[in-house]
Design a protein around this ligand. Structure first.
Ligand code: EPZ
Length: 417
């Protein structure tokens, strides 16, 4: 079981480039099921979740191939319309194959994803959306059985802002008969990237990036080419790595507009941050103030950066109140940060962080989920001594070569057995 060994005290300086966005690549790879033929992608990150997605597509009869900086998906007529539990349980996002298979083949059998460390993460809104398009949905032995001769456009109001729900129903609507309107749709940049790829395949989507998305159904989609957008969560994580070690770091190949909420909070804490066309630079700061953060749907502060920002607040001057409004159990990193000497009082969906500017001391800690593992690596960069972060497989789900990127900036970090 790999561990990450992080020696605290190094100041990170220099330039680092972001990889492609996991949360854009996953739905886009599932969208290939909408169109037979060869799809060609660039900037697909090398991650465990991408491998899981490729395995699922192959189990349905597709072929995937990474060829230099391109990632090809050849979609043949599906040999199966069933996404098995043993594949879906590895990655909840597999539920995103439901919409494409259902709308293209008229039926789909997809395992329920089950919960995960950060919350129950139901899929009721996905299924409500499919039903609103005319699908018959039954749940049997842990599987969703969905059927519809041809989906019919309709209006769907999401009672909760859901990224996956918006993506799943948007994909299903591309081949439905007539117009679909999604209201209270999620506005994340990854949804915009997916919609842009769907439109390249011949879909007719407008309003993506706003809370009202309109999809005019078409009869057929054809494969296309696309470059996956930069990973804004990785970019934010790298920016915080520079900040927490009192360094000067430029994160390249990112979209500054995607990180406005983080940049606002870091500036409020006292960091000087410069925006380039495709880059963000954080400048050296010896001290910074604690600021309060509340996570919320885009364009507000992303829940996927909450754990990383909390690490930054554990060594700030003052007290920060961090509210997690999206997931009910996304404070698994708190107990581990406390093992490193952080002073945090976790309550339900709120954590009070009393900053201790030089208060972290190395200890063995354990990753519990993807973003928690990033938070522990960031804290290890400033904790006195050598911190080992266990169960680092969580990190490999969503960060491509994080240790080599951090090493490139001067971090003393390596993977150990
Ligand atoms: C996506 O998950 C991301 N994953 C998550 O990133 C991210 O944290 C989340 O959106 C929020 O931004 C991918 O894109 C692959 P949601 P998703 O549906 O789609 C509730 C990471 O670290 N809900 O927007 O599963 C749900 O319980 C991962 O990269 C329902 O109640 O999130 C949650 O409280 C973690 N019913 C809230 O909505 C539903 O049918 C937001 O979930 C669906 C969701």
């Amino acid at each position: 079981m790999d561990k990450m060994l992080v020696s605290g005290g190094a100041t990170l300086n220099g330039t680092v480039a972001t990889s492609g966005a996991k949360n854009a690549a996953l739905p886009i790879l599932f969208s290939t099921l909408l169109a037979e033929g060869e799809h060609v992608f660039r900037n697909v990150p090398q991650l465990k979740d991408i491998e899981s997605t490729a395995a699922l597509l192959e189990s349905l009869g597709c072929e995937t191939r990474r060829d230099g900086d391109t990632f090809r998906v050849k979609v043949n007529k599906l040999q199966s319309i069933e996404a098995h539990y043993d594949l879906v349980r590895k990655m909840r996002a597999s539920i995103l194959c439901l919409g494409p298979i259902l709308t293209k083949y008229g039926e789909a059998v997809v395992s329920m994803p089950g919960g995960c460390a950060i919350g129950t993460r139901p899929i009721d809104l996905h299924l409500e959306g499919m039903k609103a398009l005319g699908a018959e949905i039954t749940l049997k032995e842990g599987y969703v059985h969905a059927g519809a001769k041809r989906l019919k456009g309709g209006t769907i109001l999401f009672e909760t802002c859901t990224v996956g729900g918006t993506e799943n129903v948007m994909m299903a609507a591309t081949l439905a008969q007539g117009k679909t309107i999604l209201e209270n749709a999620a506005k994340e940049p990854e949804i915009v990237d997916l919609a842009e790829y769907l439109n390249k395949m011949g879909a007719k989507i407008t309003g993506h990036g706003t809370s009202i998305i309109t999809i005019e159904g078409v009869d057929k989609l054809t494969p296309a080419e696309h470059t996956i957008m930069a990973d804004r969560i990785e970019a934010g994580t790298l920016l915080i790595a520079g900040a927490i070690t009192k360094g000067e770091v430029t994160v390249e190949k990112c979209v500054p507009q995607h990180l406005e909420a983080l940049v606002l909070k870091m500036r409020e804490a006292g960091f000087k941050i410069e925006q380039g066309k495709n880059s963000l630079t954080v400048f050296k700061a010896n001290t910074w103030e604690a600021v309060d953060v509340t996570t919320a749907p885009h364009p507000l502060f992303p829940t996927d950066l909450q754990a990383q920002f909390m690490a930054l607040m554990t060594v700030a001057h003052g007290t920060s109140v961090i509210s997690e409004t999206i997931f009910e159990n996304r404070f698994m990193h708190v107990q581990e940060l406390i093992r490193l000497g952080a002073d945090i009082t976790p309550k339900t969906r709120v954590a009070v962080v009393r900053g201790r500017p030089d208060g972290l001391t190395a200890a063995p800690v354990m990753a519990t989920d993807l973003r928690a593992s990033a938070s522990l690596v960031l804290a290890g960069l400033v904790a006195k001594g050598d911190t080992t972060v266990g169960r680092i497989y969580h990190l490999d789900r969503g960060y491509e070569n994080l240790e080599s990127k951090l090493q490139g900036l001067g971090a003393k970090i390596k993977r150990v057995e």
